[in-house]
Design a protein around this ligand. Structure first.
Ligand code: SF4
Ligand code: SF4
Ligand SMILES: [Zn+2]
Length: 278
């Protein structure tokens, strides 16, 4: 059972300890005798005992929201670990971690989307080249790719890259300025050319323009900061799970809509192999 302190109240995933008494929040039994706001201990009017479950003060309301978020997070974490354990049994692995999964079709990029992206690119390139070559810039941190990250993203096939569709691959003027800072001879034409030439023949339907059949087609130093830094919640949780069990080989399950759709194997040496689709 997880216990945390929120607004001075010890909260567990099943009970609140208020003024030394343990009550079951929201339960009929608890509602009968929980008369105090669990956060500030002000007396609760009868109608507030069950809902909203606090006195209505701004701070207590915030604490209540944090409590609900906390419970939701606990449930998510429990669900993740339960499903991972079930998949491990189902697929005969010692342990498993979960990641998202996408397998939309590969389609030629619609002309309108290509044109929209190139318009955006021209704008940010003009903005970046409208100023002098920047001195060495503090670059967005490019996180070192860990074996688990690579295994997770390879099994998942880029679920999060769908977000790059509406955001023009997360490219901004500062992405271009960083490249100028690294390569002072770079010209606007060269930048346009490098991105335009990188656009794949076919890309994942509805996803980022650079989302090709083998993942992102851009080298890391041409990608936006968001792309180089983002890790989904499932990866963080997978890393926690691996740490809890002392590392080692693990089955990576790509899951969509609550169902296992793809498998990947990460061995002790950090090598990933595809385990097939389901
Ligand atoms: S960061 Fe997460 S959602 Fe994105 S590709 Fe990797 S595993 Fe998939
Ligand atoms: S640029 Fe690459 S990593 Fe970034 S959203 Fe597009 S496909 Fe994904
Ligand atoms: Zn209160």
């Amino acid at each position: 059972m997880l216990n945390v302190e929120i607004a001075g109240v010890m909260v567990s995933d099943t009970a609140m300890i208020v003024s030394g008494r343990t009550v079951q929040p929201g339960s009929p039994a608890g509602a009968g005798w929980l008369k105090l706001c669990p956060f500030c201990e002000a007396e609760l009017p009868p109608q507030a005992v069950v809902r909203p479950g606090h006195c209505g003060g701004a701070e207590c309301q915030q604490a209540h929201v944090r409590l609900l978020q906390h419970r939701k997070e606990v449930m998510w974490q429990e669900g993740y670990r339960t499903r991972a354990a079930e998949y491990a049994v189902q697929f005969g692995a010692e342990r498993a971690v979960l990641v998202p999964f996408q397998n939309e079709a590969l389609v030629p990029l619609p002309k309108t989307r290509r044109a929209e992206f190139l318009t955006h690119l021209r704008q940010i390139v003009a903005e970046a080249f409208g100023a002098a070559v920047p001195d060495e810039m503090v670059e967005g941190e490019v996180q070192t790719e860990q074996a688990l990250d690579r295994a997770a993203c390879a099994t998942c096939q880029g679920f999060c890259c769908r977000q790059g569709a509406a955001r023009n691959a997360f490219l901004y003027a500062h992405t271009i300025s960083e490249q100028r800072s690294r390569e002072p001879e770079l010209t606007a034409e060269k930048v346009m050319e490098r991105y335009e030439a990188s656009l794949p023949e076919v890309s994942v339907d509805g996803s980022c323009v650079f989302h090709g059949g083998q993942g992102c087609v851009l080298p890391r130093q041409w990608r936006g900061e968001t792309c180089n830094q983002f890790h989904c919640k499932e990866i963080y949780t997978a890393a926690d799970v691996l740490e809890e069990i002392g590392g080692g080989a693990v089955l990576v399950v790509g899951e969509r809509d609550g169902e296992a759709r793809a498998l990947g194997h990460l061995d002790e040496a950090g090598n990933w192999t595809h385990g097939g689709y389901l």
